[in-house]
Design a protein around this ligand. Structure first.
Ligand code: GAL
Length: 459
């Protein structure tokens, strides 16, 4: 058994749209996802999260399950349109009450609440009225919403995450169009990314200046990145892998540490990449107390030469032409239901890359996990594949820590099976199985395994 520091944080993660349900209850306004799921063909079998795990009504039961697992930290997200139904102006007191009760229930059960302010679910009104994240006005609206959350919940929530995966919002929502609001473009992702980064910076400054002195919490951002392994030893492939990481993690992290985008992006994206004014650069530089990393998988990266350009089996998400990187898998890699290769050492390499590039930042792994098929037998799920996955990735996290990488915590995605965006309910990421008809929760073998990890580390 690997030993982690006594104060290492072991947790699980969820997100509002994926688990809450109650999509139009108690004054909540619609989010872009509420609307997107009603468009035929957008999600698997037309599924939506109108009810999903019904966490909104069953959160007390869920917190008891967390307690039974020995969890000490729970990372969830707040639905902006539950707090402000149109994204601005009037506050929905019933929305505040839900999160306030959830936080109280966590604390009463000795579980520390960590909250993300946004996990893909922009209020629909802001998409209709302002074109969502592509409009700079949304930066300040986000900071206003963040301020309401700090004001009303910050006496009890001591760790804030501004955004979960700004890269996904920029790329999948405004580039590839496979996530809400479903827009496709090769320039909107860069505009959205720019506004998300500045919205993050503004929310950070609000917390830092107005709330930190009394509330004494911390605030950061969660960015996602897969590892990119050079396909061959050629310098061209090594450069391609590095470039792919810069276009992925560097895009949303370099500005926060260095005040500007990676040079590779500036050179390749040219006028489609918005640039920071000196004031904006100063605002964003240094605007995080830690880096949250969501990491799941690894792909091989190959430089795309002119004659390879025509055939790209794995394009790197719509703006591949800006990167000239082709992605592929290795035949020996195990593949999950998401079609993501299981490559535990990818996490080790990713952590080392972050550690070096950003000069030893504090890192929390805010998501890691896998979707594999589950079979319920005699009321139990024996999910050996998930346990092996977690064991492999946690060991590689440990290895990086032994070499000095400052990882302070690890959160499994996810606490329970839930709505997996366009893929609906077919993906089973959870440590608890959800029976589709009754929404009954069944702890999987991985939940018991994770409990043992927590106990043996004396957390
Ligand atoms: C992350 C996302 C989660 C969950 C997970 C598994 O990118 O933050 O919401 O969907 O991937 O796909």
């Amino acid at each position: 058994m690997l030993q982690f520091p006594k104060d290492f944080i072991w947790g699980t993660s969820t997100s509002a749209y994926q688990i809450e349900g109650a999509w139009n209850k108690d004054g909540k306004g619609p989010s872009v996802w509420d609307a997107f799921c009603t468009i035929p063909g957008r999600t698997h079998n037309g599924e939506s999260a109108q009810v999903t795990c019904d966490h909104y009504h069953r959160y007390k039961e869920d917190i008891q399950l967390m307690k039974a697992m020995g969890l000490k930290v729970y990372r969830f997200s707040i639905s902006w349109s539950r707090i402000m139904p149109t994204g601005r102006g009037k506050i929905n007191e019933e929305g505040i009450k839900f999160y306030s009760d959830l936080v109280d229930e966590c604390l009463a059960n000795d579980i520390e609440p960590w909250a993300a302010l946004n996990h893909f679910d922009l209020p629909l009104a802001l998409e209709f009225e302002l074109d969502g994240w592509t409009n700079p006005q949304v930066q300040d609206l986000f900071a206003d919403y963040a301020e309401v959350c700090f004001q009303r919940l910050g006496d009890r929530i001591k760790t804030w995450i501004t955004f979960n995966e700004a890269w996904v919002v920029a790329m999948l929502c405004y580039g590839l169009g496979i996530f809400a609001p479903g827009k496709t473009s090769n320039s909107l992702p860069y505009q959205a990314g720019h506004n998300l980064l500045l919205a993050h910076a503004k929310a950070y400054r609000v917390y830092d200046e107005k709330f930190r002195p009394t509330q004494k919490g911390k605030i950061g951002i969660t960015n996602n990145c897969d590892w990119r392994e050079p396909l061959t030893d050629s310098q061209a492939d090594k450069d391609a892998a590095q470039r792919a990481l810069e276009f992925f993690f560097g895009w949303m992290t370099d500005p926060i540490f260095f005040g500007d985008y990676p040079q590779s992006m500036i050179e390749r994206v040219k006028e489609r990449l918005p640039r920071f004014t000196p004031e904006e650069s100063a605002l964003i530089k240094g605007s995080t107390d830690f880096i949250g990393l969501n990491h799941y998988t690894t792909f091989m990266a190959e430089h795309v030469s002119e004659n390879l350009k025509a055939s790209m089996p794995y394009s790197n998400s719509g703006i591949a032409e800006d990167q000239d990187v082709n992605l592929s898998t290795r035949p020996q890699w195990e593949i999950t239901d998401m079609k993501w290769p299981v490559v535990p050492e990818g996490l080790y390499k990713m952590l080392k890359w972050i550690d070096e590039r950003y000069d030893r930042p504090i890192i929390y792994i805010t998501e890691n996990g896998c979707a594999v098929p589950d079979k319920v037998e005699n009321g139990q799920v024996n999910d050996t594949r998930r346990i092996n996955y977690l064991e492999g990735y946690i060991s590689n996290c440990h290895k990086a820590m032994k070499e000095g990488v400052d990882v302070r915590g690890y959160f499994v995605w996810s606490f329970l099976d839930n709505f997996e965006w366009t893929l609906g309910y077919q993906m089973r990421f959870g440590l608890h199985y959800i029976v589709p008809e009754t929404l009954e929760r069944i702890p999987k073998a991985s939940a018991k395994w994770f409990k043992k990890v927590i106990e043996q580390n004396g957390f």
